[in-house]
Design a protein around this ligand. Structure first.
Ligand code: ZN
Length: 506
């Protein structure tokens, strides 16, 4: 079994129509204040009884309660908590004790590290100027509400037991925001202050069957569904297709909005460039135009989250159990204006984010993620693996126009959207990785090596970049000068293709 944890964040609002609307923020603040006073008290208790840190959290809790909690059988504890306040509910106390234990453990481990550094320095005869870590001067922890401090949790409301400043009271609050999904284990919620608003953060944990290894899924079930994704910097930020291992194409989706994002970003980068021209040279190590940069970062981050969420939703909806991307490769420096260069850099960065977030979100949905070699994914025909012509609408279907939306395969007649074709090829590459050599499709995608004039099969090169592949494919298809016609349209682009690959001729 695998486990996924995440936090659901919800905003708290007072129940409509209640007279205490204005008070409830004051109550939560009073509650948090008390929580911190109790935690600080226990921090001191532990400091006075350092041996407590040798105990497990559970035993430490018992020991601390013995030292502080007044009961009938134990009427005079050494350091009574009731001096801070009477009638603190047991669960509130325990939550504060655990918060104090966490802080003390971290403080004492920092102190230990500092002592070691000091000893090491002194052993070498060096002077040691680093100041020791200090215990927290002020406490500003958020209260964790253990069971007993909350009840009647519903979709849009919850009852919380809080210290209002004068009494303990059950308060009913409305919650808005993301709903708690079904089939998860709820952790203890935390009351978090964020500006003037109060939030409820609830950790949730989901158990699920671990997704099978990709190799097993691909080699044992021909109906395994693979969702493959082509990430772009043009209008379609992502194009996803779902296909089975045996090759049936089941669904496609285009996730758009790229033009708008690029436009927004370009505008802001342009503004930064103009500001820089106005103000002259930027001091080294100083961030100029901080607001504009933050805006760009926020937009990119938000888009990466939205796109990754939609990718994973699409994969889930179509019952895919594997998600596959292409490796991003290296960022090719773009030429041109600052705003253009900056823009291509940021969109490259955003692709990395989309992959990272998708991987995480997919895992939570029981989907495993992989990456394949990106070489020529958009130049290969998904149906017959010849080179395709890529062209703009209304333009003749020949040659290869970088970024153009349409493809035509002159070998098999396949026509369609170029990004969709690329996404299909990406999915097929994953399957090929695990296929036995005997089951392979014949490969016809070739290109002429500039140095030798020899046509090299695509596979020969792929073996070079993927040594862990285990495939026995080598340059089976090497021939001399037969694919010139296919390649004629590509000639001027071959120089763009990096030559770092090892070729093998047998
Ligand atoms: Zn074709």
């Amino acid at each position: 079994m695998a486990k996924a944890t995440t936090t659901i964040r919800q905003v708290l609002n007072p129940q409509r129509g209640h007279s205490y609307q204005a008070d409830y923020t004051a109550w939560f603040a009073a509650n948090q204040d008390l929580f911190n006073r109790v935690a600080a008290f226990y921090f001191d208790v532990i400091a006075a009884h350092e041996k407590i840190l040798d105990l497990t959290n559970k035993d430490a809790l018992t020991a601390l309660e013995k030292l502080t909690h007044t009961t009938k059988t134990h009427p005079h504890p050494i350091m009574p908590l009731c001096e801070i306040q009477e009638d603190i509910p047991a669960m509130f106390r325990r939550s504060a004790i655990n918060a104090a234990l966490g802080s003390t453990r971290s403080f004492s481990s920092n102190l230990g590290k500092w002592r070691k550094r000091k000893e090491r320095a002194e052993a070498k005869g060096k002077k040691f100027h680093e100041r020791p870590p200090v215990p927290p001067r002020s406490w500003n922890k958020s209260a964790t509400l253990y069971a007993g401090q909350w009840k009647e949790r519903a979709r849009s409301s919850i009852m919380l037991k809080v210290w209002t400043g004068s009494v303990w009271s059950w308060v009913k609050v409305r919650i808005t925001g993301r709903e708690i999904p079904d089939g998860v284990d709820l952790g203890s919620p935390q009351l978090i202050r964020c500006g003037n608003q109060w939030w409820l953060h609830t950790p949730i944990e989901k158990q699920f069957k671990s997704p099978g290894k990709i190799e097993k899924q691909v080699t044992t079930n021909e109906q395994t569904r693979i969702c493959s994704v082509d990430l772009n910097i043009n209008e379609h930020l992502a194009v996803c297709t779902v296909q089975t291992v045996e090759g049936s194409i089941l669904a496609t989706t285009f996730i758009g909005g790229g033009r708008r994002v690029n436009g927004l970003r370009k505008k802001q980068l342009g503004r930064i460039a103009r500001n820089r021209r106005k103000t002259g040279i930027i001091a080294e190590g100083e961030q100029d135009n901080a607001d504009l940069w933050r805006k760009i970062r926020n937009t990119d981050e938000q888009v990466a989250h939205l796109v990754s969420a939609r990718i994973v939703q699409f994969a889930k909806r179509n019952f895919a159990s594997i998600l596959v991307f292409e490796h991003l490769g290296n960022l090719k420096p773009a030429k041109g204006k600052y705003s253009h260069r900056g823009n291509s850099k940021r969109s490259f960065w955003m692709k990395g984010r989309i992959f990272k977030y998708s991987k995480y979100k997919a895992y939570n949905a029981g989907i495993v993620t992989s990456r394949v070699n990106p070489r020529n994914t958009s130049r290969e025909c998904a149906r017959c693996h010849s080179l395709v012509a890529r062209h703009a609408e209304g333009k003749p279907a020949e040659g290869y126009t970088y970024g153009a939306p349409l493809v035509l395969c002159h070998q098999c007649g396949m026509r369609g959207n170029s990004d969709r074709d690329a996404s299909l090829v990406i999915g097929q590459r994953l399957v090929e990785r695990y296929q036995k050599p005997s089951k392979e499709k014949p490969h016809t995608l070739r290109r002429v090596s500039k140095d030798t004039g020899v046509v090299i099969s695509q596979d020969a090169k792929r073996v070079g970049t993927r040594p862990s592949n285990g495939s026995t494919r080598h340059g089976d298809h090497n021939e001399h000068g037969t694919a010139q016609d296919v390649l004629s349209g590509m000639e001027r682009h071959t120089s763009d293709i990096p030559h770092q690959l090892r070729f093998s001729f047998e």
